[in-house]
Design a protein around this ligand. Sequence first.
Ligand code: PHE
Length: 454
Amino acid sequence: MANSNRANFESRIGVILASAGSAVGLGNIWRFPYETGQHGGAAFILIYLFCIILLGMPVMISEFLIGRRSRANTAGAYQILAPGTPWRWVGFLGVLTGFLILSYYSVVAGWTLEFVMEAGVNGFAGKTPADFAAAFAEFSKDPFRPLIWLACFLLITHFVVVRGVKKGIEKSAKMMMPMLFILVLVLAGCSISLPGAQAGLNFLLKPDFSKVTADVILGAMGQAFYSLSLGMGCLCTYASYFSKDTNLARTAFNVGAIDTLIAVLAGLIIFPAAFSVGIQPDTGPALIFITLPNVFQQAFHNLPVLSYIFSLMFYVLLALAALTSTISMHEVVTAYLHEEFRLTRKKAAAFVTGGCFVLGVCCSLSLGVWSGFTVGGLTLFDLFDFVTAKIMLPFGGMLICLFVGWYLDRKLVYSEVSNDGSLKVKFFKAYIFLIRYIAPVAIALIFLKEMGNL
Ligand code: PHE
C-alpha cells in the first residue's frame, strides 16, 4: 500500500533543485559539448530542444506520476500500480540500470577529482598538448590512482545518501546547485570575452541545416534522454518524495529548462575557448580531459593566474555536477533495498556503495591492466556505457511510456497530473498523444539505431 509516513522533500525549490541535480551531470558538461561538436553545432542544439519538449517532458511527467502516486521505490511502484503483472520487471530493470550506470559513471566522476587536484597544485602549467594526452593516458591506465578517486567519490555520495532525503539529498542540492550555476556563468562569461571567441559563438548559435542527417536527429534524442536522467526510475524515485501539491508538469518544465540551460552554457564555456586557440571542437569524449586543460593554458597564456583559476573552477564544476547525479542513482538502488528488503538505510547504502566499488574497480582496470579482456570487442567500461546508456535507458523509457499511455487508468493519470482536479491541465490530450504514440516510436527508433551499431 502507498505509505503516507514516507520522507518528503521540504520545499518546492528543494524538489526542483534535487531533480535538476540528477539531470545536470557529466551528460551536460562532458557529453553534450562533444555530441554538439561532432554533430555540427547549432542545428543539433535546435533538434535537441525539440526532443526535450516533445519527448523528454512527457516521459518526465510520466516518471513523476508513477513515483508520486505509488510513493515507493521504483521497483515497488510498479507492484503497487500494477500488482501481479509483469510490469514489475520495468522497476527491476530501472534498479539494475541505476546500479550499473553508477558503477562506471563514478569512475569518470573520480577522474574529475584527480583533475581538481591537478588544477589545484597548478599541475597544468607549462604543459604541451602532447603532455596532456600522455598524462591522461597514463593516469586512466594506472592500476591504483583512479581507484582511490573512485572510492572517494563513492564515499562522498554514500554519506549524502545515508543522511536521508531532507538532510542529505535536498540540503546538498540546495548548496551545490547554486554554486554550480554561478561557476557556469562566470566561466561562460570569461570564455566569451576571449579574443577570437566569435567563431565559437557562431558555431554554437548559427544553425547550418545542411548538416542534419538521421544520425544527428537520433543523436539528439539519445542525448535528451540521457541528460534528463530518464528511463531508469531516477526521477520516479525522487517523485515519490514529492508532496501532494507539487505541480508535476511545472516541475518537469523547470527541470528541463535548467538542464538545457546548463548544457548550452557548458557549450558557451568550451567552444569559444577552443576556437579562440584554434582547436576544433570535435575531438569526442577526450574533449574535457585532454583538449580543455590545454585550451585553458593557451587561452590565458599571458595571464597564468587566470588559467589557474579557470581550470580549477571548471573541474570543481564538473565534480559537483557529477556528484548531484551519482546521488540520484545511488538513491534509486538504496531506496529499493531499504524498502523491499527492510534493511536500514545505512545498510542498504553500504551494499550499494560496496557493490558499485567492486564493479567500478573492474571498469576502471579494464582501461588499463585488464584491457585485454573484452566482450564483443568492447572493454568492460565501454560495455557498461553501451549496454546501459544505449540499450537499457531507451528500453526503460519506452516501457514507461507504454505503461502510462496504455496500461494505467486514464482517470488516475489525469488526477495525478492535475493534483486531483485542482490544476487546469490544458495540454492533457497532447500529453497522452505524445506518450501513447510519438514517444514510444521515437524511442524505438533510437533503440534500433543503437542495435544496428552492434
Ligand atoms: N543525467 C545525468 C547526466 O547528465 C546522467 C544520468 C543518467 C543520471 C541516468 C541518472 C540516470 O550526467
